[in-house]
Design a binder for this molecule. Structure first.
Ligand code: UD1
Ligand code: MG
Length: 454
């Protein structure tokens, strides 16, 4: 593309029908603010400048996108879409073309925007035919099919309201013309607003042709006005994502019941059961199996690892052939080597678990380094925290930790050691030996009776 492209995103509106304290464009779809989706689609058009018009919610909107290279333009009062673009007008290049996007249309397709830009000489509209066009600006064409103007729903006659071709709000316009037309807008209409859409009639008055790119992908131009709209578009997004996962080789128990809030990479023959949520960047290698209702965030899972129902994984690295869950919890810094097993109600944080090692039941493992082929008995706790500082527990290869053991860190359990069940270990345990530390005497009281209720 040789023409310089500027992009202006309109995002100043309150979104009254969201019934929310949060500005509409900060509501999330697939884990990201609506406006983030629009910005990302816009970036794929390589604009030379991108401006966002903000207003309702004040600085909370720009602050949410501090890392983006954006010209923020405040529209103090929302006097209409034309008024909004007027605020950005001085920042736009004198040559080139401006693409106007809406901050509440998140599933925007960059390909249709590009097609629109490419066919636009002075002004072009992205339009769509809607079964129910109510509320939208209608596209008026003459008998030859040439566009004459856009009439807003509230200003339209009954006959005009029967027109099903509507303005998506996405408009490409030559910058020099735009600047000239913006200065001619009036607010002489039913809403008392400066309508951007009035520039179409101004172009026609000059004898210019208005181009149209008609899209058939309705969801890609759908705006969010209510929480119901947001939920509906979320499902559209998720179903499309699920379809891509299946194309990449994943089997989904139900493509309608998966949520990816970020990026999920899958290998071949990955199986994902219902109700799973993936957040941030997650990679599942070939043949990984995920049971129902797992939540996995920013993690890597190695080949043929199997994760059973209700397992939560956050910032963990899991290698091949591991078995996790049901009800396991891996927290940041958990690293499992090949064939490790982590069972129900086991929490692991900032710890390395060596190849073939197992913690199958009811344990807390925090700040620990565990070697290979270690068995951690049920109910084992690493006591890593004294209320102020954290300390490490080191368990060498081939250790057996009996059930209900407390390992009070810092502590080292030597290679091949066995710790007797019920021990509270406060000192290093030597390699190869049995170490135990329990209350000494086991007593029995003959003829003792359980208390009874009086
Ligand atoms: C607008 C179009 C209509 C189109 C529809 C598509 C106009 C006059 N009408 O109508 O033809 O069919 O979008 O959804 O352009 N905004 C501002 N500042 C303002 C007013 C609006 O930033 O002063 C932003 C809103 O936050 C929103 C977008 O512009 O993201 C559209 O505004 P909205 O009030 O929803 O316009 P519609 O009446 O829906
Ligand atoms: Mg609207």
């Amino acid at each position: 593309m040789s023409t310089k492209v500027n992009i202006v995103i309109l995002a100043a509106g309150k979104g009254t029908r969201m019934q929310s304290l949060t500005p509409k464009v900060l509501h999330r779809l697939a884990g990201k603010p609506l406006l983030q989706h629009v910005i990302e689609a816009a970036k794929r058009l390589y604009p030379s400048k991108m401006a966002v018009i903000y207003g309702y919610g004040g600085d909370t909107v720009p602050n949410a996108f501090a890392q983006e290279d954006i010209i923020w333009v405040e529209q103090k009062e929302q006097l209409g879409t034309g008024h909004a673009v007027q605020q950005a007008s001085p920042k736009l290049d004198d040559d080139g073309i401006t693409l106007i996007l809406l901050g509440d249309v998140p599933l925007l397709n960059p390909k249709s925007c590009l097609a629109l830009i490419n066919k636009t000489k002075s002004i072009g509209l992205l339009t769509v035919n809607k079964q129910n066009p109510s509320g939208y600006g209608r596209i008026l064409r003459n008998a030859q099919g040439q566009i004459l103007s856009i009439v807003e729903h509230k200003d339209a006659t009954d006959d005009q309201r029967k027109i099903t071709e509507v303005n998506t709000g996405i408009i490409a316009v030559n910058n020099a013309k735009l600047k000239q037309w913006l200065s001619q807008l009036t607010n002489n209409n039913s809403q008392g607003e400066y309508y951007l859409t009035d520039i179409v009639a101004l172009a026609v008055k000059e004898g210019l042709t208005v181009e149209a790119e008609v899209t058939h992908d309705e969801s890609s131009v759908e705006g969010v006005n209510s929480k119901a709209d947001l939920a509906a578009l979320e499902r559209v997004y998720q179903l499309a994502y699920a379809t891509k996962l299946m194309e990449a080789g994943a089997s989904l128990a139900d493509p309608f019941r998966i949520d990816v809030r970020g990026e999920l990479k899958v290998g071949k023959d990955v199986e994902i059961d219902v109700g799973c949520v993936f957040e941030g960047h997650v990679t599942l290698a070939d043949q990984v199996k995920i049971g129902p209702y797992c939540v996995i965030k920013d993690s890597v899972v190695g080949r043929a690892t199997s994760i059973a129902a209700f397992t939560h994984i956050d910032q963990a690295k899991i290698e091949a052939d591991c078995r996790l869950g049901p009800y396991a919890r891996l927290r940041p810094g958990a690293e499992l080597a090949d064939s490790a097993h982590v069972g129900n109600f086991v929490e692991i944080k900032n710890s390395q678990i060596g190849a073939g090692s197992k913690a199958n039941h009811l344990s807390y493992i925090g700040d620990a380094t565990i070697g290979q082929n270690v068995n951690i008995g049920a109910g084992t706790i690493t006591c890593n925290y004294d209320g102020v500082n954290k300390y490490r527990t080191i368990i060498e290869d081939d250790v057996f930790i009996g059930s209900d053991t407390q390992l009070v860190a810092p502590v080292v359990i030597g290679e091949g050691a066995t710790i007797a069940a019920g021990s509270t270990i406060t000192k290093n345990a030597p390699a190869g030996q049995l170490t135990f530390c329990r209350a000494k005497d086991q007593k029995s009281i003959p003829n003792w009776k359980r208390p009874v209720k009086k």
